[in-house]
Design a protein around this ligand. Structure first.
Ligand SMILES: Nc1ncnc2c1ncn2[C@@H]1O[C@H](COP(=O)(O)OP(=O)(O)O)[C@@H](O)[C@H]1O
Ligand SMILES: [Mg+2]
Length: 386
């Protein structure tokens, strides 16, 4: 955008606006460039003409927490300019940014002589930003506390939880040895697989609460993966009177198999739960496109309540069910994000729900183990303080 039409300049009378435009120096900041550091003495006010700027506070050695983002037409650095105190956060260009820098001393001179209405405009903007940033900050803290609490809770129950499963696994393998016929072996395998999945689920929640996840990426044939998924769920579907059908193209992707199974399981559990024992149909379709594989999961259930459409993928968003954790779709999204994919849905009341997952096709060789924060970045508000 053009400097003259920037929001900050428009607060001033024409004469002062022209003066400010003259004083402002335009500077280009490439993606990732530090504009100022936390603790620095402020010497400029910055107007964003293009790109974005993120603000982060140091929370440990080499660790920063993003607290806000400034967009085109925002300005930042006004706190330091007004009270002369050190910068309260570090500012970094996100995508290439073009900023107009106005020197603090000159700006203060102009501000000494402005009309009350200019000051009121400025005040209004600053206060509104402060409110939103504070609210966002409090939400982040509450969110973190919740996550820590879940982590603690899961940690405590994990130990007791694992005990009985060791017993179940031992018993089923003994049963397999005592009755070496094919059918018993198959059922025992199923018991083993399912109890292992239960353990994996507990680990998954723990991982989510911790906020990190190691992706063990390897070449995955989606056809085989879906077959495995179907086998794991056969009894579950039968007992819930669910007709599960698939249509799968032969596609290979680089992915973490267990994590992908988790995504399918979370989404399909939701569909089955939505049927509320009345039974229903779930269809899973896998198709290959030029650059990605698409997994489409459709059900003919009641549809996702409109009240949670916007927040569905956020943690702890649950609706109309007893004992819902609200983590299923959040975990699914974080896993898909960590794979460089996308997840979205379409839902219509009374007609059903379709989830669309896109994952990059196997083309280039990717690192085998990638460390990713599966909770993703905390939301930014587009609000600024510095
Ligand atoms: N296929 C679906 N059909 C109907 N409602 C759904 C479906 N998938 C998700 N939902 C709704 O979205 C909510 C959030 O799902 P999720 O994140 O898995 O948490 P939880 O299942 O623990 O509530 C569910 O409580 C449910 O109301
Ligand atoms: Mg769920």
């Amino acid at each position: 955008m053009d400097l003259k039409s920037h929001r900050f300049i428009s607060y001033f009378e024409p004469e002062q606006a022209a003066q400010l435009c003259k004083l402002a120096a335009l500077e280009n900041f490439p993606d990732g460039a530090v504009i100022f550091e936390e603790g620095e003495i402020p010497d400029f006010l910055y107007l964003v003409l293009r790109g974005q700027v993120t603000f982060s506070k140091r929370i440990g050695p080499e660790r920063y927490q993003t607290v806000a983002v400034a967009w085109e037409n925002d300005f930042f650095g006004e706190f330091g300019v007004l009270d002369g105190q050190p910068r309260s956060a570090r500012a970094v260009a996100f995508k290439e940014a073009i900023l107009a820098k106005i020197p603090r001393d000159k700006l203060m001179e102009i501000l000494q002589n402005v009309k009350g209405s200019v000051v009121l405009n400025l005040f209004g903007y600053i206060i509104q930003h402060l409110r939103v940033t504070t609210e966002q900050y409090v939400n982040q803290i509450v969110h973190k506390e919740k996550m820590a609490l879940v982590g603690e809770m899961v940690n405590t129950i994990m130990h007791d939880f694992k005990g009985p499963f060791t017993g179940i696994q031992l018993a089923s393998s003994m049963l397999r040895d005592l009755h070496p016929d094919e059918e018993t072996a198959e059922w025992c395998d199923l018991i083993q697989m399912q109890s292992q999945r239960m353990l994996a689920m507990a680990d998954e929640v723990l991982e989510f609460a911790r906020g990190t996840s190691i992706l063990k990426k390897e070449p995955i044939n989606l056809e085989r993966l879906i077959q495995k998924f179907e086998k794991l769920n056969r009894i579950y579907f039968d007992s819930a009177s669910v007709k599960f059908s698939t249509q799968v193209e032969n596609v290979e992707i680089m992915a973490d198999e267990n994590k992908l199974l988790r995504v399918l399981q979370n989404l399909i559990n939701n569909a089955v739960e939505a049927f509320e024992n009345r039974g229903g149909r779930i269809e899973l379709v896998v198709r290959a496109f030029e650059e990605w594989a698409e997994i489409k999961i459709s059900d003919n259930g009641p549809g996702i309540p409109e009240a949670i459409w916007e927040r569905l993928f956020e943690p702890f968003v649950t609706y109309g069910k007893r004992g819902g954790t609200g983590l299923g779709t959040a975990i699914a999204k974080s896993i898909i994000d960590a794979h460089g994919g996308e997840i979205s849905f379409h839902s219509q009341s009374g007609e059903g729900t379709t989830f669309y997952i896109r994952l990059p096709l196997m083309k280039t060789v990717m690192p085998k183990n990638t460390q990713t924060d599966i909770r993703g970045e905390l939301n930014s508000t587009g609000q600024v303080f510095a």
